[in-house]
Design a protein around this ligand. Structure first.
Ligand code: GLU
Length: 282
C-alpha cells in the first residue's frame, strides 16, 4: 500500500516555525517510505480565513524545499460534500439543532473537554427551530450505534476511542459550513490519506474523527501525532506571541532549505523545544 500523508494548514495566520516542523514531519514520513505528500487548505472558517495568505503559504513550503503531490485541495470547494454527510447523519437521527450561544453554553456547562466546555444538552430532545441552527452530534446515540472503537497512533500505540470526552460536538454551524472534525475526517478519506500526521495538541480530536469515520463508513487511516515546537513556558508557538512568520524569514533572505534541515536535526532556535502543546502536559 502506498503511504499518503498530508499537511493541512488553516489560513488564519501566517505559517511559523511550528507549521514548518509539522509540514516536514508529514513530508519526510511520506518520502522516506516512498509515498505521497498532499496539501490541503482548511479555509472554511468564514470569520478567520484570509485568502491572501494562501499564496504566501505555498511560497513558504516551496522555500523550505517541500514539494507536494497532485493539486492543492481547498475545503471551501468541498462544501457540498460536508453538507451531504451532514444530511446522512441527520437521516440516521444522530444530529439535532441547537440555538444556544457560546456564552449560554459556557454558563451552563459543568464539565470541560478537549475543545472547551462540554455541551450540557440544553437543546437535545427539544423542538428547536432549525433556522440558522448549529447541528450537534448526539454523542450517546452515536457511540451506541458505532460500538467500541479503537485507532492506532504510530507513536502512542492502540487507543480506545473516547469521543464522549467531547460531549455533543457541533458538526455543522452557521458561520462555518462544517466543523473541523467533520471536514477533516471527510477530506482525509476523500484524499486517500493512509497516515494522518498532525500535532499532539490534536490527539484527542482523533477520538471524534474515528467515530465519524465509522458512522460514515470511511476507510480508517493510521495516525502519527508528533510533538510540537513549544516556547520555554510549554505553550505552542504563535505569531501573536512573537514567533516570526516564515514569510518574514523568507523575505529577509534566509535559506529555507537550510532552515528545514536544522528543524529535521532538531536544532531549534534558542528557547524552543518539542512538547505536547497541551497545557499541563509534558
Ligand atoms: N488545520 C489544522 C491546523 O492548522 C490542522 C488540522 C489537521 O492536521 O488535522 O491546526
Amino acid at each position: 500500500m502506498t503511504i499518503r500523508t498530508r499537511f493541512a494548514p488553516s489560513p488564519n495566520g501566517s505559517l511559523h516555525l511550528g507549521h514548518a516542523y509539522a509540514a516536514l514531519v508529514a513530508h519526510d514520513l511520506a518520502r522516506e517510505r516512498g509515498g505521497e505528500f498532499l496539501l490541503r487548505i482548511e479555509d472554511i472558517d468564514g470569520t478567520r480565513t484570509r485568502a491572501d495568505l494562501v499564496p504566501e503559504m505555498l511560497a513558504d513550503l516551496a522555500w523550505l524545499g517541500l514539494e507536494w503531490d497532485g493539486s492543492v485541495v481547498f475545503q471551501s470547494q468541498r462544501l457540498e460534500n460536508y453538507a451531504a454527510a451532514g444530511e446522512r447523519l441527520k437521516a440516521m437521527g444522530l444530529l439535532y439543532p441547537c440555538q444556544c450561544t457560546r456564552a449560554e453554553v459556557l454558563a451552563a456547562a459543568t464539565e470541560f473537554g478537549p475543545d472547551g466546555p462540554v455541551y450540557p444538552g440544553t437543546c437535545r430532545g427539544r423542538d428547536v427551530s432549525t433556522e440558522g441552527a448549529a447541528w450537534r452530534l448526539d454523542m450517546a446515540k452515536a457511540t451506541a450505534l458505532a460500538g467500541p472503537l479503537t485507532w492506532t497512533d504510530e507513536l502512542a500505540g492502540v487507543q480506545q476511542a473516547s469521543p464522549e470526552l467531547f460531549g455533543d460536538v457541533v458538526l455543522l454551524r452557521k458561520e462555518a459550513p462544517a466543523s473541523y472534525h467533520l471536514a477533516a475526517t471527510l477530506d482525509d478519506a476523500a484524499q486517500g490519506i493512509t497516515l494522518v500526521t498532525r500535532g499532539a495538541d490534536l490527539f484527542a480530536s482523533t477520538h471524534v474523527h474515528v467515530l465519524l469515520g465509522r458512522l460514515l463508513q470511511l476507510c480508517a487511516p493510521l495516525y502519527h501525532h508528533h510533538l510540537l515546537l513549544v516556547e520555554a513556558d510549554g505553550k505552542k508557538l504563535a505569531k501573536r506571541r512573537g514567533s516570526p512568520a516564515l514569510a518574514q524569514l523568507r523575505r529577509a533572505g534566509e535559506d529555507g532549505r537550510a532552515l528545514a534541515d536544522t528543524l529535521r536535526e532538531r536544532r531549534f532556535p534558542a528557547g524552543l523545544s518539542l512538547g505536547s502543546g497541551v497545557d499541563g502536559a509534558p
